[in-house]
Design a binder for this molecule. Structure first.
Ligand code: GLV
Ligand code: MN
Ligand code: MN
Length: 403
C-alpha cells in the first residue's frame, strides 16, 4: 500500500459514527483529540515536535539550516469533521503533509527556508457553528470574545471546550507573531466536487474559494398539543421552517450559480405529539459574487418574515459567519502550476483555512481527485494511488518553494 494510504489506514477506525455512517470528529472531543495524538506521534517519529499555539493551531517545523522562523513554507489542514463525514476531508491534507516531508527528506532536499506543518482546529464549524474558527482567531477575522461565547448543541461554550483541551481562553485572538513566521501556505485537500473526475486528472491547483456564509433563522411559535389544537388555532414554527426550506431552493434557482442549503434544523422541544414552540434553522448560502449571496439572504429573510406572519409566528435572523470570495495568490498559484504543468486550475465551493489565511499571507491550494465527486458524506473517496500522487505533487511544490 502506498505510504499516504498507510498513514490514513492507521486512523481509519477513529471516530467512525455507527448511527450516521462515516466519521464524526468534532473539535476538542474524543476522536479529533485521538487523531491529534496520532499526528503528534507521527511528527515525533520524524524527529519533529508539535507545539500548540494560543489559538489551538498545532505547528511543527523542519528547519535543518537553522534559519530564523520567518518566511517559512507551511502546509497542513485539519482533523475535525462534519457529522457523518468522509475519511479524507482534512486528514488527507494532514497525511499528505507528513508524506511530502518524508519525500523531501528521501530526495535529500536541504531546505533554505523553514518548512512548517500546521493543523487547524474547528475547520468545519460543526461543533461551534463558525467554520475555520482556528484560522479566523489567528488572523483576527473573528473577535475572541465572540468565539469564546459560541456554544455547541449541548450548551458547552467554546471557552469551556478549549479549556478542556488544555488551552487558555484568555490567550485567544489575532497572533501577528505566529503569522509573521509564514512566508506562504499551501493546503492540499481532497476535491469536494467532480472537477478532476470530469477532466480525468489526479491533481488540481485551486483558483478560488467562492464566498459563503451561514445564517441562523429562529422561528418562534406556540408550543401546543398535537391532538387538541385545531389547525386554525396553530402557530407552528416548523411549518414556517418547512416553507422556508422550499423557498431557499426557489430563490437560489432564481440566482444562477447560487448554492443555498438547509442541512440543520432543530424543532424545540422535538416531540412527535408536540407542536414545536421554536425552530432553529441554519441556512448556508454560497455564490462567486458576494453581492448575489447578500441578495439571496435578503430575499429569504424577507420571505421568512412573511411566512412567519401568515402563521402567527415571528422570526429572528442572525448572521453566524460570512467569508467573501477569495482568489488565491496569483504568483504563488502560477508557481504551483509551473511545477505541475498537467494540473488544471479549479475553483471550489468549499471553505478552507487557506481561504481565511489568504487575507494575511500568500496562500494556494492543491486538490486531489475524488472519484465519487461527493463530500461531507461517507461516499467521499480518494484512491490509494491518487492519495500518493497528491503527496508527490505537494512534495514537488514544497521542493520548489523551500529550495
Ligand atoms: C467546509 O468544508 C465547508 O465548505 O463548509
Ligand atoms: Mn476540509
Ligand atoms: Mn469540509
Amino acid at each position: 500500500m502506498p505510504e499516504t494510504a498507510q498513514l490514513l489506514a492507521a486512523i481509519a477506525d477513529t471516530g467512525r459514527d455507527p448511527v450516521r455512517g462515516g466519521y464524526s470528529r468534532p473539535v476538542f472531543a474524543g476522536a479529533e483529540r485521538e487523531l491529534l495524538e496520532w499526528y503528534l506521534a507521527e511528527l515525533g517519529r520524524r524527529g519533529l515536535e508539535g507545539e500548540t499555539d494560543r489559538n489551538g493551531v498545532v505547528w511543527a517545523w523542519w528547519n535543518p539550516a537553522g534559519a530564523p522562523l520567518r518566511d517559512a513554507v507551511v502546509t497542513g489542514s485539519h482533523l475535525d469533521s462534519v457529522p457523518g463525514g468522509g475519511a479524507f476531508d482534512g486528514p488527507l491534507g494532514v497525511a499528505s503533509a507528513l508524506r511530502a516531508l518524508d519525500l523531501l527528506r528521501e530526495r535529500g532536499i536541504e531546505p533554505a527556508r523553514p518548512l512548517g506543518l500546521a493543523v487547524f482546529p474547528e475547520e468545519e464549524g460543526s461543533r461551534f457553528g463558525v467554520a475555520c474558527l482556528g484560522s479566523r482567531l489567528l488572523t483576527g477575522a473573528i473577535a475572541p470574545e465572540r468565539a469564546l461565547a459560541l456554544t455547541d448543541s449541548d450548551g458547552t461554550s467554546f471557552a469551556d471546550a478549549a479549556r478542556g483541551a488544555g488551552l487558555d481562553p484568555a490567550g485567544f485572538g489575532r497572533d501577528d507573531e505566529a503569522l509573521a513566521r509564514i512566508g506562504c501556505f499551501v493546503e492540499l485537500h481532497v476535491e469536494q466536487g467532480r472537477g478532476l473526475v470530469d477532466l480525468d486528472a489526479p491533481v488540481a491547483v485551486a483558483s478560488s474559494v467562492i464566498g459563503h456564509g451561514r445564517w441562523r433563522f429562529t422561528v418562534h411559535g406556540q408550543g401546543n398539543h398535537a391532538g387538541t389544537t385545531l389547525l386554525a388555532d396553530r402557530h407552528d414554527p416548523l411549518l414556517v421552517a418547512a416553507l422556508l426550506v422550499a423557498a431557499a431552493r426557489e430563490v437560489a434557482a432564481a440566482h444562477p450559480g447560487t448554492r443555498a442549503t438547509v442541512g440543520r434544523l432543530n424543532p424545540v422541544p422535538g416531540g412527535t405529539n408536540v407542536i414545536a414552540s421554536r425552530v432553529d434553522l441554519w441556512l448556508d448560502v454560497r455564490h462567486p459574487e458576494d453581492a448575489v449571496t447578500a441578495a439571496v439572504v435578503a430575499e429569504l429573510s424577507r420571505r421568512a418574515g412573511e411566512l412567519a406572519a401568515a402563521e402567527g409566528c415571528t422570526v429572528d435572523v442572525r448572521e453566524e459567519s460570512l467569508s467573501p470570495t477569495v482568489d488565491f495568490d496569483p504568483a504563488l498559484s502560477r508557481r504551483l502550476s509551473a511545477v505541475l504543468p498537467g494540473a488544471p486550475l479549479l475553483p471550489t465551493g468549499a471553505g478552507h483555512d487557506a481561504g481565511v489565511l489568504a487575507e494575511r499571507v500568500p496562500t494556494a491550494m492543491l486538490f486531489t481527485r475524488n472519484p465519487t465527486g461527493v463530500s461531507h458524506s461517507p461516499e467521499e473517496f480518494c484512491t490509494d494511488d491518487d492519495a500518493e500522487r497528491g503527496s508527490v505533487a505537494l512534495a514537488d511544490v514544497l521542493t520548489d518553494l523551500v529550495t
